[in-house]
Design a protein around this ligand. Structure first.
Ligand code: UDP
Ligand code: MG
Length: 331
């Protein structure tokens, strides 16, 4: 199962980076130690997701200096899911490890993940036993969200895992076949199946800097997850619509009865207003729900690339090396 990539690289680390200058020195130090302690050659791919600080400059310089560091610069901020996709597309290792750049995913656990991979598991999640340094609100909403998503979607996305995971080459190849624009990476990887297991860890707080997810960005991610893994909102639209229609029909019958057999028919003005506004509101809600899905379809049919790369550094060495090998073999 452990096949060697053409360049002889066995482990690829993929780290999306967005304005992380504050953690980079510490991150690089810990990654260096990790890479040195591995049993086979590794590459570290940093994907700069349109940082506005010095992250990109630092990483580019580093990629020029150290042969195992690679740098991909996206042309703007596409979002973590797309940056991760760009990195996975470029990775050549037999095992690809996706991790956050803020050291909330401690590099030291990778040893344990690799051990599980060698046992024959194709996806190894890191499951957090606890999480530090995150607000009670974030923990609560996150818990609620995963429970809800588990209820309404067809794939049971594992709880308490982030994007920190090791994937076998087979998984990465299958992932590359998934062209959807609407990306919720952890859901997509879970959907793929394969032999999966997890290792547990205590998630520390960010080593430095601040979270790059504000409330709205998180909400967008949550919406992507729901819309791409469930049609429950559309079904809800049907059921709510049916329920309200039934209620309206019943009340209408009652109104007609009152109109015919009672003399105080004009007194129903208030209820008319209430019902009309209620129906209008629900109508708009349901149209909006359908609209969200139509919007996603629109985004898919445009078939735009998922991300745009403005610069690549550090990949030439690997390519030349494999080129050299091929020529040597041919000659
Ligand atoms: N990130 C990114 N693009 C973004 C937002 C975040 O590449 O638009 C990266 C970020 O640099 C980090 C990882 O994604 O490496 C996770 O982000 P963060 O730690 O801010 O998320 P949190 O842990 O707070 O959920
Ligand atoms: Mg973080």
């Amino acid at each position: 199962m452990i096949s060697c990539a053409p360049e002889g690289i066995r482990y690829s680390f993929v780290l999306p980076v967005f304005n992380e200058e504050a953690v980079l020195p510490l991150l690089l130090h810990r990654l260096d130690r990790l890479v040195a302690s591995l049993d086979a050659p590794a590459e570290v791919i940093f994907v700069d997701d349109g940082s506005r600080d010095t992250s990109a400059i630092m990483l580019e310089a580093l990629a020029k200096q150290k042969p195992h560091i690679r740098f991909i610069k996206l042309s703007r901020n596409f979002g973590q899911q797309y940056a991760a996709t760009a990195g996975m597309d470029a990775a050549s290792g037999a095992a690809v490890i996706l991790m956050d750049a803020d050291l909330q995913d401690p590099p030291e656990i990778v040893h344990e993940m690799i051990a599980r991979w060698k046992e024959g598991n194709e996806i190894v999640y890191a499951r957090r036993r606890s999480r530090d340094g995150e607000s009670a609100f974030k923990k609560f909403t996150s818990k609620l969200f995963y429970r809800l998503l588990g209820q309404i979607s067809d794939v049971d996305i594992p709880r308490d895992v982030s994007d920190f995971r090791l994937m076998d080459r087979n998984v990465v190849e299958a992932f590359r076949e998934m062209p959807e624009r609407d990306r919720y990476v952890r859901g997509m990887i879970h959907w793929l199946g394969f032999r999966q297991t997890s290792v547990e860890f205590d998630r520390p707080a960010r080593a430095a800097g601040e979270t790059k997810y504000n409330f709205w960005k998180l909400l967008r991610l949550a919406m992507s997850a729901v819309v791409s893994f469930s049609d429950a909102p559309l079904k809800l639209a049907v059921w709510v619509g049916a329920g309200v229609s039934a209620f309206a029909a019943g009340y209408g019958a009652y109104a007609i009865y009152r109109g015919l057999f009672a003399d105080d028919a004009a007194s129903g003005w208030a209820s008319t207003v209430v019902i009309i506004s209620l129906l209008c509101g629900i109508n708009m809600l349901l149209t909006g729900m359908v609209g969200i899905y139509v919007g996603r379809i629109h985004a898919e049919v445009k078939r735009r690339p998922l991300y745009v790369v403005s610069k690549r550094v550090g990949f030439e060495a690997a390519r030349e090396e494999s080129q050299g090998k091929k020529e040597r073999r041919a000659g």
